[in-house]
Design a protein around this ligand. Structure first.
Ligand code: F6P
Length: 366
């Protein structure tokens, strides 16, 4: 299709802005800076080992570096974080940023003006897939800075970012797969863009993404099954039982280990993703991070007609208490997520009444 038959990301943003006659265009400029960071990451990822960007990042002393999560940093984690920071710090639209790779809020350097938005991001999600050439992504969330921070231009503190997901102004992800895509919500549905590398533009290819309400596909890291709580065990057990079980139909399972790639599959054809709270590590309430993984993905999923939950309550209602806080996260086709929430609300049966599949010699024993 000729390029003129599709909207570019810039044209889409201008079209959306016309609905808000008082807007000054700052927000659009911010989204375009984020998109530029994603294009820079896409280009870097595409060259892989040719550009020497695979493998672990090393400090000046040659040792591998560890981020605030205690995870070994990949070269691409560090490069992607730098792209996000340096392409967004200068524009004058941001009061500050928070990143998976930065322990504390990133303050806009003194030589640049400060603006009214907060940018929160995971610069490269799915790090374990970098070296094996499997899809990875970036996730971002945009919030308004507190009024006093906007008025005074003061440095930000962690608590400025502790806003529930319902407060997000925009959210999106970039998927670095066979094609590079940007999936975006400005709070008025979800629009998808594919990077045309010949002109360097994101072109609108998926104008109004809608997640089917029903699905036969689920995604979970089943190696954690012995740590799951009962409602999750019950749900997965019923999916596995297929036609012969309570659900009366067969399910299929997928696990890519890149949340962005799983979310994209769900955006395109439905499905349910679960990384629930479990009892593997008492210090971790879940695996995924609330502010820059669950909240932006939750906003996108709900805007596409799906549902995003902790398992028990809407993810977007959770009041954050930490910049790098982890949480149980379940999202996707509405009817499945609601079913999982129902299972969490029901009383846990006494041990003796539990389905034999969870009994002593079963696959999913406690
Ligand atoms: O950091 C989050 C993440 O990489 C997600 O993208 C992915 O869904 C998950 O971790 C993979 O977890 P696991 O290593 O348990 O499969």
């Amino acid at each position: 299709m000729p390029i003129t038959h599709r909207l570019t990301l810039t044209q889409y943003l201008i079209q959306e802005r016309r609905r808000y006659p008082n807007s000054k265009g700052e927000f659009n400029a911010l989204i375009l800076d984020v998109a530029l960071a994603c294009k820079a990451i896409a280009r870097t990822v595409a060259f892989g080992e040719l550009a020497g960007v695979l493998g672990n990042h090393s400090a000046d002393d040659g040792d591998k570096t560890i981020n605030v999560q205690g995870e070994v940093q990949k070269k691409l984690d560090v490069m992607s974080n730098n792209y996000f920071i340096h392409l967004n710090e200068w524009g004058g639209h941001l009061a500050g940023m928070a990143s998976e790779e930065e322990e504390l809020p990133y303050q806009i350097p003194a030589q640049y003006p400060r603006g009214k938005y907060l940018l929160v991001f995971d610069p490269l999600d799915g790090s374990s897939n970098i070296d094996v050439n499997v899809s990875i992504g970036s996730i971002f969330s945009i919030l308004r800075a507190p009024e006093d921070a906007i008025a005074s231009g003061r440095d930000l503190v962690e608590a400025d970012f502790f806003q529930p997901g319902v407060k997000q102004v925009a959210a999106g992800y970039a998927l670095y797969g066979p094609t590079t895509m940007l999936i975006l919500t400005l709070g008025n549905g979800v629009s998808g863009f594919t990077l045309d590398p010949t002109v360097g533009e994101f072109m609108q290819t998926h104008p109004s993404i809608k997640i089917p309400e029903d699905t036969n596909e689920f995604a979970i890291n089943a190696s954690n099954s012995r740590f799951w709580e009962y409602p999750i065990k019950r749900y997965v057990d019923e999916c596995l039982a297929g036609k012969t079980g309570a659900r009366g139909r067969d399910f299929n399972m997928r696990w890519i280990a890149s949340m962005v790639a799983e979310a994209h599959r769900i955006m395109m054809r439905g499905g349910v993703f679960l990384y629930p709270r479990d009892n593997k590590d008492p210090n971790m309430a879940g695996r995924l991070r609330l502010l820059y993984e669950a909240n932006p993905m939750g906003f996108l999923i709900e805007q596409a007609g799906g549902r995003a939950s902790t398992g028990s309550e809407p993810i977007l209602n959770v009041q954050p208490t930490g910049l790098h806080q982890r949480i149980g996260f379940v999202f996707g086709s509405k009817n499945e997520v609601e079913r999982i929430e129902r299972y969490h609300a029901e009383p846990v049966p006494k041990k003796d009444d539990i389905n034999p599949l969870f009994a002593e010699r079963s696959l999913f024993r406690d």
